[in-house]
Design a binder for this molecule. Structure first.
Ligand code: 26V
Length: 824
């Protein structure tokens, strides 16, 4: 069947456009052009196909004047645009054919595009999935972020160690972006605040003696799937305000000009590559205020073009704060309303508190943003005054509700102990606070944010995360996508709950075989990728057991590799024991300064090196560390996975979204009852997942009341003892037996038990090993495994970001869908 949109895509025009672009851009024929040049030419041709829809959508927004959500985020982990845009234009078939006719392979061309890696991990990728869903569902939305010159670093592995290489993603230009200098905004830093009383007796606050930066927007199209909607991701670049006018400089001006130039250059230079760890860096606060001030100014200016009364701003605009990073938006909006539109405090507060909503993405206390007053007030003097006043009023409110309870103020104040607490600001001033999975939201309400929940329970809600099936199934796993469409039609592409129709195939032997055959082909594709990138041969008939995510102690890659060491010990001791061949696959970036994380990467590679080259185990175990895990290779990895490792310490992983991508591609979850795993198991049934380990309640109880001693496990469990000793006796570090001692110490610190094994790795070890045995047994039952895998796909419908977005719309944003007029 030919799709409607495919019909409307003019293949011949597209071909002519590609050839023309190659000629005018590079003065070359198709035969002479390099793959990169063809990628550029193809992208410009696709952009042509997008631009009309983009204009129509924006004109319609102008006309219909709907309420808009501004998704404010320091991170958008978009990955590659070309393939996704082609898919969402429903033009994959004609484009593929056209390129074939031009003698070009579409996959090779897509591979030329660098990932847009303007994010660290889950939080940034969630933002990207949300934009895809918003456009596909037809909701008016803007993404607002930063156009970092360097995105997430590229990871190279040398001698088993991670090396960070700068990610110069704009090197060859970005064919999809549109520079829009006419919408530039000025952002001011530093200086001091003067108060002038005007003729009406009104106080006017003016920031003076400041430095400023020009924010220049670049717009990227966000193409909805097959609906003609194209929304915008607006990312801001920084430019110095003044150019050098050398002749007119006295010394002071010159100094200031140089400083302003440097400020502009530094601000957008690089994405902070820390995930979940706050360091209090001045430049990061500058980045935050830079893109927030520009975005809020733009939103207000846009509103005022069509409206008279700024006091009704919230009727047309809502700001969703992606974690606390954009929280300064609250004070910035107050500032603009009061200082530029002369609203009173109460009027401005009424608007602001109906405009801003906050999403929490972690309970890890290291991630909480708390700015020293000195820094905050020096950089943002006027904004700080406003935060002080918000705090003063909030503390007064606490006192009214809990008279004499100083403890409450200590725990809840926005400014306390010399610090500005951004989460408290967001909760006190926003109209909505949400967690990202049911368990996570419950923990927020009962533990981390308990006092706030008690004081304002109505603000709190859960919005379980989701992922876009357009990228992670339709684009990433075309074989499975076609198989599904063949059996149940293509409606799942925009309504993932339709996948339940696959349930009837779970017991159908022919379907099982087809399904496992597709998995096998995807495993061959990944095996080829691994051979090309790692030089390691892996057997696609082995179980592909995969853990890909950021490296963090709470995610427990260490538990995984310790268990592999244990399996290897067993195989060495009992060469004849039954063992189903396994390929353990890791992919993970570690924050550059995170010692134990980096050492874990080294350990994985060292163990891999030893095991992969030990002929005596006949290749029964392979360990592969995939270099530079990112969105584009993730798509290939999920499609090829049998086992999805989701083994975080219960209570620590707010949601996880990789878990959902694996499930959608038919992998079986091996996990703890953490984050969204809980809901995955609820959907697919306990018998189709393998669950192990402490519950979140148990973890929290140990954390609050003590009673866990890892030494006891070390003393009583010889398997554990053996692998731990191998960390410090040079088994995997011949030349430096002490190399892995910090990891050993993190588990067993004999000096202070309270600081040992904070993530309960030894506590969960036995239970994990048992669970891994169950995985092996389950895999041996071919039909049973195929059944479970199909059921995982069939039950993954809940985890579409389309569902998540519909919940945000209904409970928080209250948007209406925009309908485009029929084409004349
Ligand atoms: C925090 C910080 C702290 C300051 C330094 C830079 C930085 C960069 C990113 C973050 C965000 C950490 C929170 C985060 O990524 N949470 C993840 O959010 C996912 C989407 O909701 C969720 O699936 C993951 O479980 C959660 O860890």
């Amino acid at each position: 069947m030919i799709k409607k949109a495919a019909l409307s895509f003019d293949k011949d025009l597209f071909k002519r456009s590609v050839v023309y672009n190659v000629k005018t851009l590079y003065r070359k024929s198709m035969e002479e052009a390099t793959p990169q040049q063809i990628f550029q030419a193809v992208s410009y041709a696709i952009k042509d196909a997008i631009v009309d829809k983009w204009m129509t959508t924006q004109e319609e927004y102008e006309k219909q004047d709907p309420k808009m959500v501004y998704y404010l985020s320091m991170e958008f982990l978009m990955g590659r645009a070309l393939g996704n845009n082609i898919i969402n234009l429903q033009a994959h078939e004609p484009v593929k054919e056209a390129l074939e006719e031009l003698g070009v392979d579409i996959n090779a061309i897509e591979d030329q595009e660098p990932d847009a890696a303007l994010g660290n991990g889950g939080l940034g990728r969630l933002a990207a999935c949300f934009l895809d869903s918003l456009a596909t569902l037809g909701y008016p939305a803007y993404g607002c972020g930063i156009r970092y010159r360097y995105g997430m670093f590229k990871q190279q592995i040398r001698d088993g160690y991670q090396i960070e290489v700068p990610d110069n993603w704009l090197e060859n230009g970005n064919p999809f972006e549109l520079r829009r200098p006419e919408y530039a905004k000025e952002v001011k830093f530093g200086g001091y605040v003067n108060v002038y009383v005007d003729e009406n007796g009104r106080s006017n606050f003016k920031q003076e003696g400041y430095q400023s930066v020009n924010a220049i927007p670049y717009d990227l199209p966000i193409v909805g799937y097959g609906n003609g909607i194209v929304n915008t991701l607006r990312i801001w670049d920084a430019q110095p305000v003044e150019c050098f006018r050398l002749e007119s400089f006295d010394k002071g001006d010159y100094q200031k000009a140089v400083e302003q130039e440097n400020l502009a250059k530094n601000i957008v230079e690089v994405l902070y590559p820390n995930d979940n760890h706050y360091a209090g860096k001045e430049l990061r606060l500058k980045q935050q205020y830079f893109f927030i001030s520009a975005s809020v100014q733009a939103a207000v200016a846009k509103y005022m073009r069509k409206h008279e009364d700024i006091r009704r701003f919230h009727e047309k605009v809502t700001f969703q704060l992606n974690d606390t990073h954009p929280t300064v938006a609250i004070a910035e909006l107050m500032r603009i309303l009061m200082d530029e539109y002369y609203l009173t405090w109460d009027e401005a507060w009424a608007v602001t508190t109906k405009t801003c909503a906050y999403t929490n993405h972690t309970i890890m206390s290291e991630a909480l943003e708390k700015w020293p007053i000195e820094l905050f007030s020096r950089l943002l003097p006027r904004v700080y005054q406003i935060v002080e006043e918000i705090n003063r009023r909030f503390v007064k409110q606490i006192e009214q509700i809990y008279p004499g309870n100083h403890e409450k103020i200590r725990k809840m104040a926005i400014i306390y102990d010399g610090q500005v607490k951004m989460a408290h600001l967001a909760i006190a001033s926003g109209y909505s606070v949400n967690g990202v999975a049911r368990l996570h939201t419950e923990i927020l309400k009962k533990q981390e944010l308990r006092d706030f929940y008690e004081m304002m329970p109505n603000k709190f809600s859960n919005k379980t995360n989701g992922i876009t099936q357009r990228r992670f199934l339709l684009h990433g796993n075309p074989l499975l996508a076609d198989w599904i469409t063949f059996h149940i039609g293509s409606d799942w592409i925009t309504d993932l709950t339709r996948l339940t129709k696959l349930k009837v195939y779970a017991d159908d032997e022919k379907a099982q075989q087809e399904f496992m055959n597709i998995k096998y082909k995807n495993k061959i594709r990944l095996a080829e990728y691994i051979l090309e990138h790692n030089g390691i041969e892996v057997d696609p008939r082995s179980i592909f057991d995969v853990q890909v995510k950021r490296l963090h102690e709470y995610k427990r890659q260490l538990l995984n590799i310790l268990h592999i060491m244990h399996l290897y010990n067993q195989l060495k001791e009992h060469p004849e024991m039954p063992f189903y061949p396994r390929t353990f696959i890791f992919g993970a970036k570690a924050a550059a300064g995170y010692r134990n994380a980096k050492l874990t990467i080294k350990l994985i590679n060292a163990v891999g090196e030893a095991i992969n080259n030990d002929a005596s185990i006949c290749g029964k175990i392979k360990v592969v560390f995939i270099e530079d895990y990112k969105v584009s290779n993730a798509e290939i990895i999920f499609a090829a996975s049998d086992v999805s490792e989701q083994i975080s310490t219960a209570s620590k992983e707010a949601s996880g979204t990789g878990n959902m991508k694996f499930m959608l591609n038919g992998a079986i979850t091996l996990g703890t009852m953490d984050g969204a795993n809980v809901e995955i198991v609820e959907e697919v049934g306990e018998e189709n997942a393998v669950i192990f380990g402490l519950s979140s309640d148990e973890v929290i109880r140990y954390e609050n009341f003590g009673g866990y001693d890892p030494m006891e496990i070390f003393n009583n469990n010889s398997d554990v003892r053996k692998v731990l000793m191998q960390l410090i006796n040079g088994t995997y570090s011949k030349n430096d037996p002490d190399l892995f001692r910090p990891l050993y110490n993190s588990l067993l610190n004999t000096l202070s038990t309270s600081k040992a094994d904070t993530y309960f790795i030894l506590k969960d070890f036995e239970s994990y090993a048992e669970a891994q045995k169950k995985v092996e047994a389950a895999y041996r039952d071919e039909k049973g495994w195929a059944r479970s895998a199909i059921l995982n796909v069939a039950c993954s419908g809940k985890f579409s970001s389309d569902r998540t977005i519909e919940e945000y719309v209904k409970d928080i944003w209250h948007l209406d869908k925009v309908v485009l007029p029929l084409k004349k």
